[in-house]
Design a protein around this ligand. Structure first.
Ligand code: ARG
Length: 284
């Protein structure tokens, strides 16, 4: 059989990691004392010490993989501040902050805005529409996939396109359990050959067709993968951090040459969060 150079690359190339920069915020003041998504039951006990251990393990995992982790100081009275992904979208040095739907989370946005200013970011814009940042925005390296339906306003998508100068593709979420885009979809590989994993059941039929068109070879997760928040994954292009229960998805990823890393996130899931929610990525 004759193999051309191009084919050889396509067949032999295995997923490769690139170094990432993440921002995290420890769950020091984590509780579930209000309910703003179907996962949150203020009556159910939460083990804060265990949440701290699970978060520390996530951070250690990133550092072990060679990624840079910066931390924002947690604030008393803001139990959801651990979900750093909701607080900014950062692409090519431009920062689009957040505007939360729930009043209980509103103050988080300003803490993160100040952190970016202190860190020397010059292009920091605050949104005028409800915008829960990477909770609803996923950067593929070419387009920004943008969710709406439960949290981020559809008008915030146009605002993000203008503020960040990147093309935005709007997607509509239809299942309240998957209230943020990052509970239903994540980017496995960024760039020219961008690849995603997603749970089709979380999207409207039109949005499913958009995703099929854009990513015909995507990893399709099933209802069990989604139900443990398995789509709240974090990939560096090779290693994919997932909730421990997402074994079906992990097997699919391993079959494609990725290295799944399964972590316990039981306490954060009681708030509707997982690895990705705790991880804001600085895209340069
Ligand atoms: N309790 C938080 C909320 O409902 C969880 C946020 C999870 N973050 C995420 N990126 N999905 O707002």
């Amino acid at each position: 059989m004759t193999v051309t150079a191009g084919q050889a690359v396509a067949t032999l190339a295995s997923p490769h990691a690139t170094t990432r920069r993440y921002v995290m915020c420890a769950p020091k003041y984590f509780t579930v004392e209000y309910s703003i998504n179907p996962w949150m039951d203020p009556g159910a006990p939460v083990d804060v010490d265990l949440a701290m251990l699970q978060w520390a393990e996530l951070r250690r995992t990133y550092e072990r993989l060679g990624h840079l982790v910066e931390v924002v100081e947690p604030q008393p009275g803001l139990p959801d501040m651990v979900f750093a992904a909701n607080s900014a979208t950062v692409i090519d040095g431009r920062v689009l902050g957040a505007r939360f739907r729930a009043p209980q989370r509103a103050a988080e946005a300003e803490h993160f805005r100040r952190w970016f200013i202190t860190r020397g970011y010059r292009n920091v814009v605050m949104p005028s529409r409800i915008n829960e940042a990477e909770g609803d925005f996923a950067w593929t390296g070419r387009v920004l996939l943008a969710g709406s339906g439960f949290r981020t306003d559809p008008e915030a998508h146009a605002e993000a396109q203008e503020a960040l100068g990147v093309p935005v593709v709007s997607l509509r979420l239809v299942d309240p359990r998957y209230y943020h885009l990052d509970t239903a979809l994540f980017v496995l590989e960024c760039g020219e050959r961008a690849q995603i994993a997603y749970f089709p059941g979380a999207f409207s039929s039109g949005s499913r067709r958009v995703l099929e068109r854009m990513f015909p070879d995507a990893v399709i997760a099933d209802a069990a993968d989604a139900a443990c928040l398995g789509l709240n994954g974090v990939s560096d292009g090779r290693h994919v951090v997932l909730p421990a229960e997402a074994t079906g998805l992990a097997a699919q990823l391993a079959a494609r040459g990725y290295e799944p890393i399964l972590l316990g996130i039981s306490e954060l899931r009681k708030s509707g969060g997982g690895p990705k929610c705790c991880t804001l990525e600085l895209h340069a």
